[in-house]
Design a protein around this ligand. Structure first.
Ligand SMILES: [Zn+2]
Length: 125
């Protein structure tokens, strides 16, 4: 985590958060490790009014001298969590069997290219 000033001399907090979290895969309901590797930039402003003017960054209001950093990290961690946790494709047993079923359905629904050719032949005669 470091502090910087941007082009218009606004104080920025540039930080990186990384964590391994144990989440429950919502497809197969077994535990999975979710890796968070998240960079974020916050602009430190003294009040709400200035916070509303910050569009390039997320604003954080520091109305007293000290800014507690830990809640900021917690917020960013929560933001980078998936809404619903799932295994990565290929790592989840349940998802894989579902995918295979989907493939089979798709294949049987696709028209056979040769049947299209056959109907073209018929209509040209
Ligand atoms: Zn799973």
């Amino acid at each position: 985590m470091r502090g910087e000033l941007d082009e218009v001399k606004r104080p920025l907090l540039i930080a990186h958060v990384s964590a391994d979290l144990q989440l429950l895969c919502q497809t197969c309901l077994t535990e999975m490790t979710f890796q968070i590797d998240h960079d974020f930039t916050l602009c430190v402003v003294p009040d709400e009014e200035q916070a509303e003017q910050i569009t390039e960054y997320d604003a954080v209001i520091a109305d007293d001298e000290e800014l507690s950093v830990l809640p900021l990290f917690e917020d960013e961690l929560i933001l980078s969590l998936p809404v619903v946790a799932h295994h990565a494709p290929g790592e989840c047993a349940v998802a894989e069997s579902l995918l295979r079923e989907d493939d089979e359905i798709e294949a049987s629904e696709k028209p056979n290219p040769f049947s299209v050719l056959a109907s073209l032949k018929k209509s040209s005669k």
